[in-house]
Design a binder for this molecule. Structure first.
Ligand code: SF4
Length: 408
């Protein structure tokens, strides 16, 4: 059985490289044309070519979202764009429009075509329909339960991709016109203003249903489906997808590092204990997550799976340094500061080839050799001696005072 794919989002080249270095088997990104998420720092063709070269050199693949629902005016240049993606070595496009799918099959036949989640494929009949149309993979709707996923997998042999982590729409993905209605920004052409996460007053007729101070929001908690991965592997699912092309490099590294180790452990051991699973869930909670829930995996989400009244953005100051270089002989690390920290604090490091390890900082120095009482300037380069396993491109975070695993 082919090993399940870990598919990471990439908002730009930096995040693409981080995802690949930290163990993604494939990354998906949006080009400047024909893609949703128009605000997610989309790639030029040159960027995509560089990303493909980097990914391929590390044994990974690149998928490109060509998933807008085009109107008549949007179609010009599509054929040339698809041919260019094929030429530069992109593995797959993710498409929602049948016209884009058929154009790819006709003019760029080496590109796999993956049917976007925008199609809300929730069963094996849908999956088999797309197989009959010559498509190569179906991204199932986020609104599928685990039971739906397992039954679909049993009744089709087209490869299936499922979401395991990231943002959820309060509406059926791809069927929402809230943003269009309220801001004239089309969610199906990359312009979603996330209107569901705004704060509202709730009325029944003329009667306001709550206290003026308790604003109402329709936001859903983010998805975190790590606990379902053993069942997804068992069912022969092809790919586990992480949502979040707008997220930070630290978020991507934390999630990919954790999911990579979790998946590898399941394959190596044949199963995973509850204790180890809880360890991984706790590791995932160290990313800058909004509160999370299991989405539709367990059936219809309940009231507690929504965020009423809060946006829940989870930005933290815990990520403190990026390792630019490490001299193994002298144990000397060159760090780029992200958030302020002091010498001698306890910290955690994790990297592309090193597991999460705790250590205490020693003295910190600037590049002139002056001792620092605090590293406080973001992007400042500093040096320090570190005696635990360390490597270039590793990330260092503070040890969290509060255990955030309760957000799960
Ligand atoms: S407004 Fe909310 S529910 Fe609608 S598309 Fe945007 S994120 Fe999804």
């Amino acid at each position: 059985m082919q090993k399940i794919e870990l598919l990471a989002p990439a908002g730009d080249l930096e995040r693409l490289k981080i995802a690949v270095l930290y163990g993604a088997d494939a990354v998906y990104l949006g080009g400047k044309q024909f893609s949703l998420r128009s605000r997610a720092s989309n790639f030029t063709l040159e960027d995509i070519a560089e990303g493909v070269k980097f990914a391929n050199a590390h044994g990974a693949h690149v998928h490109v979202t060509v998933n807008m629902l085009p109107h008549e005016d949007d179609l010009e240049g599509l054929k040339e764009y698809l041919i260019a993606l094929e030429r530069i070595g992109v593995t797959a496009i993710i498409a929602a429009s049948p016209y884009i799918m058929m154009t790819a099959k006709r003019y760029a036949p080496k590109l796999e075509v993956h049917v976007s989640t925008q199609h809300s494929s929730t069963n094996s009949s849908c999956a088999n329909y797309w197989k009959d149309k010559g498509m190569d993979r179906v991204v199932l709707a986020r609104e599928c339960s685990l039971k739906d996923i397992l039954q679909t997998s049993e009744n089709t042999d087209i490869p299936l991709e499922v979401f395991v982590h990231g943002g959820m729409c309060i509406s059926y993905s791809g069927r929402c016109v809230l943003s269009n209605q309220m801001t004239s920004r089309d969610a199906n052409r990359g312009g979603c203003a996330q209107s569901c996460r705004w704060k509202y007053r709730l009325f029944e007729g003329d009667t306001q249903l709550h206290d003026e101070r308790d604003m109402f929001s329709m936001s859903s908690k983010d998805l975190m489906a790590a606990r379902y991965i053993p069942a997804l592997i068992q069912a022969g699912i092809a790919s586990l997808k992480i949502e979040g092309r707008m997220k930070s490099a630290y978020y991507i590294a934390t999630l990919i590092h954790t999911y990579r180790h979790l998946i590898d452990e399941i394959y190596e051991q044949g199963s995973i204990s509850e204790e180890r699973m809880e360890y991984y869930v706790k590791e995932l909670s160290k990313a800058e997550n909004r509160p999370t829930a299991s989405g539709f995996y367990n059936g219809l989400p309940k009231a507690m799976d929504h965020l009423y009244g809060i946006n829940g953005a989870g930005v933290t100051q815990e990520y403190i340094a990026y390792v630019l270089d490490y001299d193994e002989e002298q144990h000397l690390a060159t760090l780029e500061v992200r958030n302020n920290f002091q010498p001698f604090i306890e910290a955690e490091v994790f990297g592309p080839h090193i597991p999460m390890t705790r250590f205490h900082f020693q003295e910190l120095y600037d590049l002139d050799g002056n001792t620092l009482e605090v590293a406080k300037t973001p992007m400042q380069i500093i040096k320090t001696r570190i005696d635990v396993p360390m490597e270039k491109d590793a990330m260092i975070r503070k040890v969290m005072v509060k255990d955030r695993s309760d957000i799960y």
